[in-house]
Ligand binder design. Structure first.
Ligand code: ADP
Ligand code: ASP
Ligand code: MG
Length: 406
């Protein structure tokens, strides 16, 4: 049966001409079987990081509209090169930007949301027998301004296209064989997971597993789009991300994540009275800062410290806003700690297993790692620790919860 397959190739899979040719061969193999193919591509290797660095040499706070104009060029290069590589193999392909496809977004530059996708153009080109290659990570506002979909946003492009086109399969190709129990770059003993639920993947992605963009999993869950994450360098089956997996509550912990991209801000000696937290966090909210973990210490002296984490990229802005609030409250000291890491354990089985938190804290204690902040959700527990202990924490927790075996 003829299938419509959406494939997405990440930056690591198209990092150089050899790798692009390798991707072209794989695409052609699927095409030869009679399938229709829509291929989403990310920018080559670290292009997006390089473009951000380039912009920073011109301006400390570039206008976000211009940032999107700049960043979207990365994907324009990779789609053109992949189309050329497919032509070289004797097959027809056409590369399209997000706006040419009709990926319409809201106007929130650098992290736009997809509002709708007008798929006519894709259908027309598929009918002509062409492989359609779509630039990931980008869209267009109704006013024709180019937008981008947040870092890692090509995953979202792929999932949204799979849903709109009612594709039979959505494959995410990357440089690892699938979703692992933790980042295999940190723990070589990490094991590939065959199946994982949307909920667990979403939690892992939100807590720092860079392999899939969190927003893309939200969309996949909402529309029930099954995803296979697999390697562009091998033929092995990858990991299926789906609604439910068999015996999903048998184990307490499914995976461990690490996030080093947050910083901690502390306001010292805050008066312990109503309205103070509201004042601080209102300032931050108005500045568009996403505050994550918040801890307010217990006060015996009618004064208390409030600590919270923010993404490192927003740290400078967050510090300024916090200092402003601290001044208004009364000349309070504000401290910043950039040397933190968040280590988290994730698993739906946590709902039914007891002693999981205790196991985590004990393991960190054994390694003499101090826990600075703790937060939990229904299916995860996170600890903020000093960054220098991050890898040790991941490895010892991986061992503690027996993740290498199963
Ligand atoms: P791409 O270029 O394909 O988008 P990314 O670099 O965004 O690839 O994501 C793949 C990387 O994610 C892997 O190389 C791996 O080091 C990292 N990673 C982090 N956590 C995990 C995990 N739990 N399972 C698999 N990979 C992970
Ligand atoms: N190139 C973009 C990024 O680096 C999008 C992506 O890779 O998915 O964030
Ligand atoms: Mg990625």
């Amino acid at each position: 049966m003829k299938k419509l397959i959406v494939q997405k190739y990440g930056g690591s899979s198209v990092a150089n001409p050899e790798k692009i040719k390798n991707v072209a061969k794989r695409v052609v193999r699927y095409k030869k079987k009679g399938n229709d193919l829509v291929v989403v591509v990310s920018a080559l290797g670290d292009t997006t990081d390089e473009l951000i660095e380039l912009a920073s040499q011109i301006s400390a706070e570039p206008p976000e509209r211009e940032m999107d104009m700049l960043l979207s060029t990365g994907e324009q290069i990779s789609v053109a090169l992949l189309a050329m590589a497919i032509h070289e193999l004797g097959y027809e392909a056409i590369s399209l930007t997000g706006s040419q496809v009709g990926i319409i977004t809201d106007t929130v530059h650098t992290r736009a949301r997809i509002v709708k996708i007008e798929a006519n153009k894709i259908h027309q080109e598929l009918k002509k027998g062409k492989v359609v290659i779509v630039a990931g990570f980008q869209g267009m506002t109704p006013d024709k301004d180019i937008t981008t979909l947040g870092r890692g946003g090509s995953d979202l492009t792929a999932v949204a296209l799979a849903k709109t086109l009612e594709a039979n399969e959505c494959e995410i190709y990357t440089d690892v064989e699938g979703i692992f129990t933790t980042d295999p770059r940190i723990e070589p003993k990490a094991r590939k997971i065959d199946e994982i639920t949307y909920d667990e993947m979403l939690e892992m992605a939100s807590l720092g597993a860079q392999v899939m963009q969190a927003r893309s999993i939200e969309v996949a869950k909402k529309f029930d789009v099954p995803i296979q994450v697999r390697s562009s360098f091998s033929e092995n089956c990858g990991t299926m991300i789906i609604k439910e997996v068999k015996n999903m509550e048998d184990v307490a912990v499914t995976g461990i994540t690490l996030n080093k991209s947050e910083s901690k801000i502390t306001i010292c000696n805050v008066p312990d009275k109503p309205g103070i937290a509201a004042k601080i966090f209102n300032q931050l909210a108005q500045g568009g800062i996403n505050v994550d973990m918040i801890v307010q210490n217990v006060s015996h002296t009618r004064q208390t410290d409030i600590s919270f984490t923010v993404p490192k990229v927003d740290s400078q802005k967050a510090i300024k806003l916090t200092q402003r609030a601290a001044q208004e409250i009364g000349e309070l000291e504000v401290l910043e700690d950039l040397d933190i890491a968040r280590v988290s354990i994730v698993g739906v089985g946590m709902k039914t297993h007891s002693g999981v938190a205790a196991g985590m804290f004990e393991t960190l204690a054994k390694e003499k790692i101090n826990i600075e902040m703790i937060s939990t959700s229904e299916i995860s527990i996170s600890c903020i620790i000093k960054k220098k202990f991050a890898e040790t924490a991941v490895k010892s927790l991986h061992e503690k919860f027996d993740l290498a075996k199963r």
